[in-house]
Write a protein that binds this ligand. Structure first.
Ligand code: ADP
Length: 193
């Protein structure tokens, strides 16, 4: 059974946590947990390319030809191809090496740079998958806190066109981890995210 959506409002922007499939989201952009080659791959990356069609990969190739591989923590944008979302923002999260190789800052950067791109392009809504918690091995309990804090920090700092940020968790245990992280952050901050 799917978990119920939970959320919070930060600086008039709605943050929602849902269980679902990122390729089905109709936000202006969806974020892809890509790798530096931008050539597609397994996990959510493969799913997004399959659902979006070859136009996305073509644009990714052009980006790499122009600027080289995408560094960890950075983000670029392509069209959404056949997806409901008009755009795909491709970002690269860090591979988990135990936490002492700057993973936290790099993961926060992947969220921040994606939000920055959305804001620069005047988008109103964006959906994220759980970056780095699949093949890249970032522990869910830690990644969920970094993700929520990074989004919250960006939204508090910047006034943007963004009205909605959705964190889309595919699996029940990931949805649970993100829900718990949000509730804990709200508790620690006396009702605020
Ligand atoms: P990474 O290499 O950054 O770890 P993965 O694609 O391996 O990326 O996994 C990232 C997360 O995306 C995982 O938690 C995985 O369960 C999730 N995921 C897989 N398919 C989907 C989907 N269709 N929608 C949303 N999330 C998904």
């Amino acid at each position: 059974m799917k978990g119920q959506a939970v959320g919070a409002t930060i600086n008039q922007v709605r943050l929602r946590i849902i269980q679902g499939d990122i390729t089905q989201q109709d936000t202006d952009a969806i974020v892809n947990a890509a790798n530096s080659s931008l050539m597609g791959g397994g996990g959510v990356d493969g799913v997004i390319h399959r659902a979006g069609g070859p136009a996305i990969l073509e644009e990714c190739k052009q980006i790499v030809a122009r600027q080289g591989r995408l560094a960890t923590g950075k983000a670029v944008m392509t069209s959404g191809g056949n997806l409901k979302a008009r755009y795909v923002i491709h970002t690269v999260g860090p591979i988990w090496h135990g936490g002492s190789r700057g993973e936290e800052e790099l993961l926060a950067s992947a969220y921040r740079e994606s939000l920055k791109l959305a804001a620069e392009n005047h988008l109103g809504s964006i959906s994220f998958p759980s970056i780095s918690t699949g093949a890249y091995g970032y522990p869910l309990d830690k990644a969920s806190r970094v993700a929520i804090r990074a989004v919250s920090h960006f939204l508090r700092e910047k006034g943007t066109c963004l009205r909605e940020v959705v964190l889309v968790l595919f699996e029940a245990h990931a949805f649970k981890a993100y829900t718990e992280a949000l509730n804990e952050i709200i508790k620690v901050n006396n009702g605020k995210v």
